[in-house]
Ligand binder design. Structure first.
Ligand SMILES: [Zn+2]
Length: 388
């Protein structure tokens, strides 16, 4: 029996693969998100998963979580998937005029940002995951949508259980409202033929979203010391409140007696509330719940990990996936992990990052100059851990 967690680089985004081999030597697998479907991930799916994923979870609609999934389904039509958990929408274009408008919008979005849809073939054909799923009987039959904290638990048979910590029903509804507003805006400009203003609107929209992400505080490596870390470990940045991240799935995967906390890009406020429910349901006595592994939210951004959240969880294994130009993973988040109170169940806190591409000179500095007099920690670049 073994449980391995793989987190191969997937562009700026996430791709987490859990491989559980049971006592009869049968392999069961869970994949969460795929930002970029790299050759490495393709090889893992072919060789280590034998082209079979028992449960595929797509946490939310952001491209750094979904583009690679679209490519995987297109590139690998023989892939055997047990279930797909994804909060898309079954409603597709019904009439011809609407289909034409959709086509125009799609072309415009690709023109504005060539990375919006990962590969050219996908851009020409099925750009969205929803389209791919709904138009294939094979995928449609195994699709589970509208998954929220209301339903709490899902039994996956041999693959254990999922306990959902996000999104709430309200945050999923807010995403639907946001989509409607954006759609009306795009539509209105399109119908009036004023592509210049459409361009401006879409870019402004994107800039606004990026600003929300880029508010990380910059510091120079020279001030990385115990005092700075203590400050970061005890204070919060503003919380990420982007509508799509609020609608991100986050959950505990319980399998073979292990507990894996996989946070997607979720909002810590929502997660904290649901963790309290989880604690009650599992009769946990200690204040912080011990997990075998924690995948930190939103690529280690300082806006998704708070002091309150960290006081509720602990682990020997923290994973940070991806990077976001020069902002994530942030030192604020790393400080909140490594400066946690000593815990008799945690001898050493590992922080695993899956890429050398982050540009935080402070983290490089911290790796070369470990801070003493705090509980033992290690920062490593790694893409796979074995939970035994
Ligand atoms: Zn993301």
């Amino acid at each position: 029996m073994s449980l391995k967690i793989l987190f191969p680089p997937s562009g700026e985004g996430d791709c987490i693969i859990g491989i559980y081999v049971d006592e009869n030597n049968n392999t069961h697998s869970l994949m969460v998100d795929c930002g970029v479907y790299t050759d490495e991930i393709h090889q893992i799916v072919k060789d280590r998963l034998n082209n079979k994923i028992d449960c595929l979870v797509v946490t939310h609609i952001d491209i750094d979580h979904i583009n690679g999934v679209v490519k995987m389904l297109r590139k690998n039509p023989d892939l055997d998937i047990g279930k797909i958990i994804y909060n898309g929408s079954t409603r597709l274009c019904e009439d011809e005029p609407e289909k034409k408008r959709l086509e125009k919008i799609k072309q415009r979005l690709v023109e504005l940002d060539p990375n919006f849809i990962e590969d050219e073939i996908a851009a020409k054909n099925a750009a969205s995951l929803t389209f791919l799923i709904v138009n294939s009987e094979k995928w449609r039959n195994i699709w589970i949508e509208n998954v929220t904290t209301e339903q709490q638990e899902m039994n996956l048979g041999d693959l254990g259980k999922l306990y959902f910590l996000s999104p709430t029903k309200e945050s999923l509804e807010a995403l639907e409202e946001d989509y409607k507003k954006e759609y009306v805006r795009l539509f209105y400009e399109m119908e009036n033929g004023s592509s210049g203003s459409l361009r401006e609107l879409v870019l402004r929209y994107r800039e606004k979203r990026e600003k929300e992400i880029n508010r990380e505080c910059k510091i120079s490596a020279s001030i990385v010391n115990e005092a700075t870390l203590k400050k970061y470990a005890s204070t919060n940045d503003s919380i990420d409140a982007s509508i799509s991240n609020n609608a991100s799935l986050a959950f505990v995967w319980e399998v073979a007696g292990k507990k894996c906390l996989l946070l997607g890009d979720a909002n810590p406020r929502i997660v904290i509330e649901q963790l309290e429910e989880y604690r009650k349901s599992r009769n946990h006595q200690d204040k912080s719940i011990l997990f075998d592994v924690v995948k930190i939210s939103h690529h280690g951004s300082s806006h998704n990990t708070t002091v309150e959240l960290m006081s509720l969880i602990d682990s020997c294994n923290f994973i940070i996936c991806g990077y976001n130009s020069d902002v994530a993973p942030s030192l604020q988040t790393i400080a909140k992990i490594i400066m946690k109170e000593p815990n008799p169940h945690v001898s050493l806190r590992h922080v695993f990052m899956n890429t050398h591409k982050y540009k935080n000179s402070e983290i490089e500095f911290l790796k070369k100059n470990p801070i003493e007099d705090i509980p033992e920690y290690e920062l490593n670049v790694k893409t796979e851990i074995d939970l035994g």
